[in-house]
Design a protein around this ligand. Structure first.
Ligand SMILES: *[C@@H]1O[C@H](CO)[C@@H](O)[C@H](O)[C@H]1NC(C)=O
Ligand SMILES: *[C@@H]1O[C@H](CO)[C@@H](O)[C@H](O)[C@H]1NC(C)=O
Ligand SMILES: *[C@@H]1O[C@H](CO)[C@@H](O)[C@H](O)[C@H]1NC(C)=O
Ligand SMILES: *[C@@H]1O[C@H](CO)[C@@H](O)[C@H](O)[C@H]1NC(C)=O
Ligand SMILES: *[C@@H]1O[C@H](CO)[C@@H](O)[C@H](O)[C@H]1NC(C)=O
Ligand SMILES: [Zn+2]
Length: 408
């Protein structure tokens, strides 16, 4: 395979439900060069981005219907002051919202952006925050941070994977020293990852893969560093493991068999939070009808929701060749919102799964709602997404940290 493929492995998704996708890449030291050039390009792009040139630094959005998490309030004025939502419109440049609906910027709780083009796509479709879910190196992920006027990217640890598992085989190709071979290695592995200060620790439950004791110990060790855990689980058995291990977050949904009611109730009692990435599960199921079943994932989400387990909207967006499915950045959040509505969410519940709930459950206190003092991450849409969720696709304007996103 060409060296470039290593770059994509480094950047991209590792949602793998079948060995077919764990292609046998030869080890090639050149991937480090690709990584370095990608990081350099991202950092160069950041240094070139100028804060938007806005005379007053203050904008009054008049006549906008504000989504407050439950309903759309009657039209009023919202002030953007610098990077946050202000309260005093005096001296502001006025923009007529023409009765359109203003919502908090969308939060994608599972995605794999790798460069600035991907960040722009997120912004273009109203995604103002993204949780990147695989960071084989911390530099690669932090090179996507702090780009003025582009989405905030929250950073994962390297994925903890077991040798000879599907995901472990990918880790072996990229950097085999990141494998967690035995329980005695957990303290060192976690210490090194925690030192990179990721926003959460990514763990992979899969069969074959870590046994239950390993998963339990990994979760406990992450908690010893006050880090939340995000556990990949895309099959029934892995879900069971993630429940027993009490991972804070469980990502994906089983594509083999839906979980039971008692499993869902246990997740509720344990305050576990699920990001099912139905968009990806559907795409995988479409590509592998022989061993996968979208209805298992769908029914799992419907049950979790009925029971009251918090669900976050995430897409697994990635443009990596070789994974079961590529999912485009940004627009896939609109698909995921529709998927959640199809699974029984009210429109406002689906929108909360993409705004206030991820902020709450990942501890981001500055976003997820339109309130004075919060980040001015905002989207203005035509039509009423509480009547028809597809209205979210009619984006008129986007602000990211107070800077209006212009498609350039
Ligand atoms: C905004 O940009 C224009 C054109 O580049 C420039 O002439 C103007 O001085 C800038 N204004 C501010 C406030 O930076
Ligand atoms: C980012 O990656 C995509 C492929 O996913 C590529 O088309 C695009 O040109 C890249 N952008 C930059 C700035 O490198
Ligand atoms: C991982 O790679 C090893 C060595 O190539 C292989 O024996 C094993 O079957 C692979 N594991 C999976 C789950 O595909
Ligand atoms: C796990 O084993 C591999 C060899 O297969 C080794 O290179 C790696 O350093 C080990 N991982 C840790 C954390 O020691
Ligand atoms: C979950 O795993 C435990 C421990 O391995 C096992 O005893 C239990 O039967 C499993 N639950 C289900 C529903 O398969
Ligand atoms: Zn993923």
């Amino acid at each position: 395979m060409h060296t470039n493929d290593f770059k994509f492995i480094l950047l991209g998704a590792v949602l793998l439900v079948n060995p077919m996708t764990a292609c046998h890449l030869p080890y090639d030291a050149d991937f480090k060069l690709d990584l370095a050039s990608n990081v350099a390009a991202n950092n160069r792009a950041r240094s070139k981005r100028q804060p938007t040139n806005c005379t007053s630094g203050k904008i009054a959005l008049d006549n906008v219907g504000v989504f407050d998490g439950y309903k759309i309030q009657s039209p009023r004025t919202v002030v953007i002051e610098g990077s946050v939502i202000g309260s005093d419109p005096s001296g502001a440049e006025h923009i007529d919202g023409e009765g359109a609906v203003l919502l908090p910027g969308l939060i994608d709780s599972h995605c794999h952006p790798g460069n600035v083009t991907h960040l722009k796509s997120l912004a273009q479709y109203g995604v103002t925050t993204g949780f990147i879910m695989t960071c084989f190196t911390s530099e690669q992920c932090t090179s996507l941070n702090n780009h003025h006027g582009l989405p905030t990217i929250l950073i994962s640890s390297a994925p903890a994977t077991a040798p000879n598992s599907v995901h472990g085989n990918i880790t072996s190709i990229v950097d085999r020293t990141l494998l967690v071979n035995s329980s005695s290695q957990i303290p060192t592995w976690m210490k090194e990852q925690a030192a990179l200060n990721p926003n959460y620790i990514k763990l992979v439950a899969e069969v074959p893969g870590f046994d239950q004791q390993m998963l339990n110990a990994l979760v406990d060790e992450a908690h010893a560093y006050s880090k939340q855990t995000v556990m990949h689980a895309s099959g029934f058995e892995a879900y069971n493991q993630s429940i027993i291990a009490r991972s804070d977050h469980v990502h994906h949904a089983p594509l083999d068999k839906e979980i039971s009611l008692s499993m869902a109730e246990t997740m509720l009692y344990q305050n576990q939070v699920v990001t099912p990435t139905l968009t990806m599960m559907r795409a995988v199921a479409q590509s592998r009808t022989d061993i996968t079943n979208y209805m298992a994932a769908f029914k799992t989400v419907r049950m979790l929701h009925e029971v009251g387990v918090p669900i976050l909207a995430g897409t697994d967006a990635n443009l990596q060749p070789g994974v079961p499915a590529m999912v485009p950045f940004g627009i896939s959040m609109h698909d995921e919102l529709e998927n959640l509505v199809e699974a029984g969410f009210s429109n406002s519940e689906a929108l909360r799964a993409a705004t206030v709930l991820p902020a709450l459950h990942f501890g981001l206190k500055d976003r997820g709602a339109i309130k004075v003092g919060m980040r001015a991450d905002l989207i203005l849409v035509e039509g009423n997404p509480l009547v028809d969720i597809r209205a979210i696709r009619n984006i008129k304007r986007v602000w990211v940290g107070g800077a209006e996103y212009a498609n350039s």
